[in-house]
Design a protein around this ligand. Structure first.
Ligand code: ADP
Ligand code: MG
Length: 713
């Protein structure tokens, strides 16, 4: 048989069976080369090793079988708007009739004499007693050459997502042909060292095993091929995780190697000076994070650190310590926050913490007046401001620092890649501290955030009172406001009420802040009720927030704009309506807004009337624990890593086969192997540069966004 001369990088139009038109369709679906197509994995498998003959079919039992079309015809039946397509199928052992409704194209695709695989539930027709199938699944089989094993039957077959009009059987056959022509291929993107201690198959056997498995890991269960217990699958899970860990380690190494000149101060004495001025004693976790920052900032290579701490864990003072050190070594600092409210609040707290040390702090946001802004920018340029706190106003070109050495990005996931890059570029290899109040599960911290060093504030400052969380059942929702909220006014405590929407959307049973502001204002005419949404102008927002903080407003109706930052000591109660619409981590952040004063808090989660039992059940973890990390693990399990990653890691692959919850063991293995590869010993060095090139080329080929990601901190 003549073999097409294919390689992994061959474009798909060069594959004889594909042709130009289908190559175009494939390209639209994201497959350009043979390699791309081989990474189009089946999403399930069918065991067709022993398909029954027609005579063996049992009425009432669904089965798949291969048959030839003897005759096919269209029938118009009265009272039926669609034509009926009827076919007689035979296989030498017997005959069966198949009936479809309205699928006229079958007349073309299944002409007499064609062969196909049919799947359906045979029944004895009550009309004429013949064995028939109603609307069976059809999978066209091309005439196989004599002696050539079919890709479609007599084996465990892969099933692919249909894509751009290309059927699963098209993918199966094409991939089958490609694998036949590549048979014996020895390509291997992973370095040799990973095979020494791990039992994973090499690349080609694994690719064959993914597409055309020979056996089932668990008897009678084709789904068992989808788990990493099946070695070919484990190989690709490992591969994905290894690529990611390699990229993270690589980037970390690059940053470590980019040294810069900097005057360094002895941090021991400085620390006593700094803590001496604090109104409280730092927690052990804060002390540890401060040590880590001081040690980073004492090195010649820049800091690149993630400060992870639940709402209220006290990140601000840790960030301030970095600014203090930066100041003491003669450098400026900048803190960027995602909202005006938050920037304002940071400005107030940082100023209080740092001004006593002679650190000149300024606020720069869109709302600063033009003339003031000009003067401020000039002062920054001259070096007369030591710390600038602001929103993304900080990244405007006109703002030029005299010597920016330390950058804090608060709620990093709210910023885009470009925004962070632009701020970082205002300094020369500055130290970077990114902070987030979204607890990041360990597996994510080790993978998608693996390029950052990690400091965790896992301890609450003393005196923080617990927040009790309660899901309000439907049976109680009618009297909820009178029973649970009215008394809060009487106690003089304040209330947050949060809605998923700003305004009415037309969607039934989905509440919005604006409408409910009206409803609640009418219900309690004597109470002072405020409204805060992301749509309002900043001045309005700031004044509402100030009124709420100072106690002038008793109940604040809002959207998730209150999610980050705001500190209202008198607020003890939060109500979240349509709670099922929010992510768990987000709800956890929201409830962190209450109980920040001297009284304990209660958070009521009210599922909407349309909330499914499942989506309400999901909320229960919030009743059970206040540990943000447990909540985050659950959120990761339910919703995948996307929510956490935000834009920081855009350009990086999302996983095709790995699962960060299920595959933590393989992740640790991949991480270990990647670090071994990144730090070669003298013996392994010889093969190393070749392996390195192969690996890098492969990764960049598979994930075109990676190149850019590598360039950005
Ligand atoms: P977050 O991590 O949410 O940004 P903040 O830094 O805003 O937390 O701190 C929350 C509150 O706790 C602030 O009022 C802060 O002054 C206070 N705080 C921080 N650290 C301590 C501590 N070690 N002891 C007591 N109070 C603290
Ligand atoms: Mg904060």
């Amino acid at each position: 048989m003549e073999k097409p001369d294919l390689s992994l990088v061959s474009p798909l139009y060069a594959v004889p069976d594909i042709g130009k038109k289908r190559a175009e369709k494939l390209e639209q679906a994201g497959y350009r080369t043979v390699l791309d197509l081989l990474y189009c994995f089946p999403f399930r498998y069918e065991d067709r090793r022993a398909t029954p003959s027609i005579r063996q079919l049992v009425p009432g039992t669904a089965a798949g079988f291969v048959a030839r079309v003897r005759d096919i015809r269209k029938k118009n039946i009265r009272n039926l708007r669609v034509p009926v397509i009827e076919a007689d199928l035979e296989d030498g052992s017997g005959e069966i009739r198949a009936v479809w409704f309205g699928q006229e194209y079958l007349l073309k695709t299944l002409p007499p004499k064609s062969m196909a695989f049919f799947f359906g539930k045979p029944e004895i027709s009550s009309y004429d007693g013949l064995l028939s199938l109603r609307s069976p699944v059809v999978e066209k089989m091309d005439e196989e050459k004599k002696g050539q094993k079919s890709f479609h039957v007599n084996r465990i077959v892969p099933v692919y997502h249909e894509s751009n009009g290309l059927t699963s059987s098209f993918f199966r056959k094409t991939i089958g042909l490609i694998l036949t022509s590549l048979w014996g291929n020895t390509f291997e993107p992973l370095p040799h060292s990973v095979f020494a201690s791990n039992e994973i198959p090499g690349w080609f056997p694994a690719i064959v095993g993914i597409h055309f498995p020979q056996t089932l890991p668990v008897q009678g269960d084709p789904d068992s091929l989808l788990l990493p217990e099946y070695p070919p699958r484990k190989r690709f899970v490992f591969e994905e995780l290894f690529f990611l860990e390699f990229l993270m380690g690589y980037k970390k190494r690059e940053i470590r190697m980019s040294a810069r000149e900097r005057v360094r101060v002895e941090s021991g004495d400085e620390r006593a000076m700094f803590t001496g001025g604090l109104p409280f004693k730092m927690t052990a976790a804060q002390e540890r994070a401060c040590d880590e920052i001081a040690s980073d900032m004492g090195r010649p290579s820049p800091m690149n650190r993630l400060l992870l701490g639940d709402v209220g864990s006290g990140k601000t003072v840790v960030a301030a310590w970095g600014a203090y050190l930066s100041f003491r070594s003669g450098m400026q600092s900048a803190l960027m926050a995602p909202t005006e409210i938050l920037a304002q609040q940071h400005y107030v707290s940082l100023k209080a913490l740092l001004e006593p040390h002679g650190i000149r702090t300024s606020l720069l946001t869109q709302s600063v007046r033009k003339s003031e802004k000009r003067a401020l920018m000039e002062a920054v340029h001259r070096g007369d401001v030591d710390l600038v706190v602001g929103t993304h106003a900080l990244i405007q070109d006109a703002l030029v620092f005299s010597c920016l050495g330390y950058i804090v990005v608060d709620e990093q996931h709210k910023f885009g890649v470009e925004q962070r890059k632009n701020l970082i570029q205002k300094g020369e290899n500055p130290d970077v501290l990114v902070m987030t109040a979204t607890p990041i599960p360990r597996s994510l911290a080790l993978s998608y955030f693996g390029d950052l060093d990690l400091s965790v504030l896992d301890e609450r400052p003393p005196g923080r009172l617990p927040v009790r969380t309660e899901i309000v059942p439907k049976s109680r929702s009618e009297h909820f406001w009178d029973d649970n909220i009215a008394p809060v006014f009487g106690r003089g405590e304040q209330i947050f009420v949060v809605y998923p929407l700003i305004e009415e959307s037309g969607e039934e049973n989905l509440k919005d802040a604006t409408t409910m502001y009206g409803v609640l204002s009418r219900k309690w005419p004597s109470a002072r009720i405020g409204l805060l949404t992301g749509k309002m102008a900043w001045e309005e927002k700031a004044s509402v927030m100030e009124d709420f903080r100072s106690g002038k407003i008793h109940l604040l109706v809002s959207t998730t704009v209150v999610e980050v930052g705001v500190d209202v000591p008198g607020a003890t109660v939060m109500v979240v309506e349509n709670a099922e619409r929010f992510g768990l981590a987000q709800l956890h952040q929201l409830r962190g807004r209450i109980g920040r004063g001297s009284l304990p808090g209660t958070c009521y989660l009210i599922p909407g009337p349309d909330a499914s039992r499942e989506s309400t059940g999901r909320l229960e973890i919030l009743e059970r624990t206040e540990d943000g990390f447990l909540v985050a693990e659950e959120d990761l399990r339910l919703r995948g890593p996307g929510e956490f990653i935000g834009t920081r890691q855009s350009g990086l692959p999302m996983f095709q086969v790995a699962n960060l919850v299920r595959d933590v063991g393989i992740l640790l293995l991949a991480r270990e192997q990647a670090s071994i590869f990144l730090e070669p010993t003298s013996e392994s060095l010889l093969a190393h540069s070749w392996e390195w090139t192969t690996l890098m080329n492969f990764i960049q080929n598979r994930y075109p966004g990676v190149q850019e990601w590598l360039m950005i901190r």
